[in-house]
Design a protein around this ligand. Sequence first.
Ligand code: DGL
Length: 275
Amino acid sequence: MMETDKNAPVGVFDSGVGGLTVVREIMRQIPEERIVYFGDTARVPYGSKSADTVIRYSRQIIRFLQTKKVKAIVIACNTASACALDVVAEETDIPVIGVINAGARTAVGATRNGRIGVIGTEATIGSGIYTRVMQRLRPDIQVAGKPCPLFVPLVEEGLLHDSVTDEIASRYLSSLKEKYIDTLVLGCTHYPLLRSTLRRLMGEDVVLVNPAYETAIELKGLLQERGLGRDPEAPLEGEQYQFYVSDLAEKFTSFATSILPGAVKETRKIDIENY
Ligand code: DGL
């Protein structure tokens, strides 16, 4: 097997724009790294699709990212991490990590009363994966999951601070509040963008866990451990950050600019079905 180039980029992918919240954390934690991002804007949402479909999509995206010679891959999508990580990590010869283990670990470390809420897409909550991972870490943990399918379109419509979002969020969260959770995992890439609404509705005492933050730390540790951290002095060959999508490149660029001001100069559209 060929030795991996430590100055190669990290591949990051999501069903669309949401994974940029993970990119933002990677940029903060390991600013020297190069990133190739793929957002599957033609086939979003993944949250309402079957695991088989999400696995097929993830395999295609990994094949595409490998044409960019990435040294590691981050599945920055909770749904794809839930449905596809185990399968694709096994069949890929570079490290592949998702966002769920990091989020679950942080939540278990944060809870004081052992009651944790998880919000995410139908597919993520339906998979039960957060519960399994958290109970493996601490068997007495009680986990309450709640799918919040309307949050993704609300975020994508830019309704981050809006009475409609408040109303929907308060309905979604009421069942979790009744369970006296003290920690809430934001188990979908878009939800950190609703943080202030969630914070207001859940109250100051509930810890909000953003798995993106811990995932970036996990990536940093993994690269260091394997001697794959980029040499900050190495000359940059090409752009430090590259963005690819499967549809509507301009729409992606304008949304991305609201999450990562200044970082997204150009977005290229590719035909992911060719991979
Ligand atoms: N990125 C997805 C996730 O984190 C949310 C959007 C979708 O349903 O594809 O689960």
